[in-house]
Design a binder for this molecule. Sequence first.
Ligand SMILES: Nc1ncnc2c1ncn2[C@@H]1O[C@H](COP(=O)(O)OP(=O)(O)OP(=O)(O)O)[C@@H](O)[C@H]1O
Ligand SMILES: O=C(O)C1=C[C@@H](O)[C@@H](O)[C@H](O)C1
Ligand SMILES: [Mg+2]
Length: 196
Amino acid sequence: MSEKEQDRGQKAAGPVPGKLKKTIVMVGMMGAGKTAVGRALAARLDVPFLDSDHEIEAAANMTIPEIFARDGEPFFRLKERQVIARLLEEERGVLSTGGGAFLAEENRNVITAKGVSVWLQADLDVLWNRVRHRDTRPLLRTADPRATLSGLFRDRVPLYAKADLTVVSDGQAAIETMVDRVLEALQARPDVLEWT
Ligand SMILES: Nc1ncnc2c1ncn2[C@@H]1O[C@H](COP(=O)(O)OP(=O)(O)OP(=O)(O)O)[C@@H](O)[C@H]1O
Ligand SMILES: O=C(O)C1=C[C@@H](O)[C@@H](O)[C@H](O)C1
Ligand SMILES: [Mg+2]
């Protein structure tokens, strides 16, 4: 390959992500793909993957539905605030939050101060299709879970919209495509991710 061809090849491939300078924090509704996309993004960047729901469950040795049932949602939210603050302090990587985390001003402030927030924006039908078959979300254990999801969606969207970056998750985009989209959005933020 000539030097010119090599040049063209490099340009077509685009810039390559380098050093991560701030934690990338995934926010959005249940089913938006925060865990699935966050994990794949961390693997792509070769940085630690952290998930606040997982950390809370591991520390309590209980599942989230068990914590809600035994200790109530306010207790879960307290643990969530503590875990998010600790993880942002301790480690740099990709942090996937629980669906309700970004609603608390305290969490938004610490996330904005220490990381960059990425809202995975999906419409209600996409979210419902992803969460309807699993019984792991206590807030959806209602007589009409789709209506409950719809109400949460309506109330929460204005708060998710405060995130630093928004990445659309439509029903067609596979998880690796979502990783590409997040990385593309991060090209506007060299303070978060260096490029080579
Ligand atoms: N882009 C996608 N393409 C296909 N499947 C997806 C995509 N994003 C998420 N999923 C699937 O949808 C389901 C829910 O995703 P995930 O658990 O990552 O959501 P979440 O945002 O972390 O939700 P929660 O707030 O409840 O933790 C999973 O089975 C996941 O594999
Ligand atoms: O949207 C929410 O409020 C929640 C989402 C999950 O990630 C868990 O954090 C929990 O089920 C609550
Ligand atoms: Mg999750």
